[in-house]
Design a protein around this ligand. Structure first.
Ligand SMILES: C[S@@+](CC[C@H](N)C(=O)[O-])C[C@H]1O[C@@H](n2cnc3c(N)ncnc32)[C@H](O)[C@@H]1O
Length: 451
């Protein structure tokens, strides 16, 4: 097999990274934009020792589960990798992916139910982060998502995954920034002003918080004037912030953010509790789907424990802790980001909660200094999962149950394997579709500790 060779294949399945998997004489080929059961003509574009990558030349016979993507930009934009697959079938594929990942990496088999669907499959994304640049010759500002596996920006005018107001705000910024002498960022030589536009939209009251990430270390008059113009243009914009990030880095935001007009936060609501969400704090991007997860976790705790002592680690703004506080004797939350901890404190106050104890610490370090035993431990780590030290400590601190909320099936499977080696039992895994039309999937695993 050589680069440029063409073949006819039938796609066998979807991989955990959203590629179609086909085999040519038992050699694995990953095909972008393919759906299981598609009959395709493909061209090899890359070849490694164990696998090749191919692109579709022609769909000879489409799978019955294909559909026309509702976004005209789907093929060029890297954000919704599998929007061309019918939503119900996306859920089945994600179910299979979780099952296979647990089996392959975790080394055990367990029944995986269908993912709980997202209540909204359009306009669900409430945090938007667009990289910004400018065109070479006309210096026109463009913003959008990168093409798949590249840093080539697709200028997006309309994205049906986010609330419509975001399109309007972004178009306004692109058109008007030059009037304030603000240029788009050029990655190659780390030049230009505007690097990212970040918008948070409250699903509770539809307020928007706009953050301009700028290639600067300090405030300047032009950003302040432009920020005020954005604030005055849109009634629903409740605040505009400037984040300073002059480093040549893939990290979107720098450490320092100034609110230049209005409020520095939006308010969200989950399970009747209010949350203060800032420009740099973690909050679930699909709040309606998140509500299903929070409800599932709360119901599990309520039906198995009476007034438990709960530990909520990797807590962000203590969202789980606050949601379960009214069925708990006490909740202890741990989060390493000081801004999240500060906002958690404010959320505790507005919800009149008096049985929540917050710690600003690394989870592993905090665990090793803790002596209390907890009825329930909630772990909701970032994509990289938990360290072995954290898992060991969670076993030591837990009386009976760990609820592990994960946005990455591979690291969940790895961590479950470790916990099982330490004598834990995985009672159940329930997927939730938080990120429709992408290959991402969230899971909640219920783990029983050794007696
Ligand atoms: C997936 S988010 C979950 C947040 C929260 N549970 C929620 O649902 O909103 C993971 C959180 O873990 C925090 N984090 C990452 N590494 C950590 C560590 N070693 N110790 C404590 N917190 C950490 C991040 O700052 C982030 O807020």
């Amino acid at each position: 097999m050589n680069i440029g060779d063409e073949y006819e294949v039938i796609v066998e399945k979807l991989t955990n990274l959203g590629y179609g998997l086909a085999k040519i004489d038992n050699f694995v080929v990953f095909v972008e934009g393919a759906c299981p059961q598609d009959k395709l003509k493909i061209k090899i574009i890359k070849k490694n020792k164990n696998y090749a990558n191919a692109k579709i030349i022609k769909i000879i016979q489409p799978s019955k589960n294909r559909t026309e993507p509702f976004c005209p930009m789907q093929k060029v934009c890297g954000a919704c990798q599998i929007q061309y697959i019918q939503y119900d079938y996306q859920l089945k594929l994600k179910q299979q992916i979780v099952k296979e990942t647990i089996s392959k990496i975790g080394g055990f088999d367990i029944n995986i139910p269908l993912p709980v669907p997202s209540p909204q499959i359009k306009n669900y994304r409430h945090k938007i982060q667009y990289p910004v640049t400018q065109t070479k010759n006309s210096k026109r500002i463009i913003a959008g998502y990168y093409k798949p596996s590249s840093h080539e920006l697709v200028n997006i005018k309309y994205c049906p995954i986010q609330p419509k107001i975001c399109d309007d705000i972004i178009e306004y910024i692109k058109e008007n920034a030059p009037k304030y002498n603000i240029t788009g960022y050029t990655e190659n030589n780390n030049s230009g002003d505007l690097k990212h536009i970040v918008i948070r939209v409250s699903s509770f009251n539809q307020e928007n918080l706009v953050t301009l990430v700028v290639n600067s270390k300090k405030p300047s008059e032009k950003f302040i004037k432009f920020g005020n113009a954005i604030f005055n243009e849109f009634d629903s914009v409740c605040g505009v912030c400037i984040n300073y990030n002059s480093a040549k880095t893939n990290v979107i935001m720098g450490n320092k953010t100034d609110c230049i007009c209005g409020k520095d936060h939006i308010t969200e609501e989950i399970l009747g509790k209010k949350f203060i969400v800032g420009p740099q704090t973690f909050f679930q991007v699909n709040p309606k789907s998140a509500e299903n997860i929070f409800s599932y976790v709360k119901e599990y705790i309520k039906s198995h424990f009476k007034e438990p002592l709960i530990l909520d680690a990797y807590a962000g703004i203590s969202a789980f802790g606050i949601c379960v506080s009214d069925i708990a004797q006490k909740v202890v939350t741990i989060e390493e980001n000081p801004q999240s901890v500060e906002l958690a404190q404010k959320s505790i106050e507005i919800n009149n909660i008096n049985n929540l104890e917050i710690h600003n610490a690394d989870a592993g370090e905090y665990f090793s200094n803790e002596k209390r035993k907890f009825d329930v431990i909630i772990l909701d780590p970032p994509r990289k999962g938990c360290s072995e030290q954290s898992l060991n400590e969670a076993i030591r601190l837990g009386k009976s149950t760990i609820i592990y909320v994960s946005c990455n099936p591979s690291t969940l499977a790895r961590d479950l394997k470790y916990l099982r080696q330490k004598g834990c039992q995985v009672e159940s895994i329930q997927p939730f579709d938080m990120f429709c039309h992408t290959y991402h999937i969230e899971n909640v695993a219920i783990i029983k500790l050794p007696e």
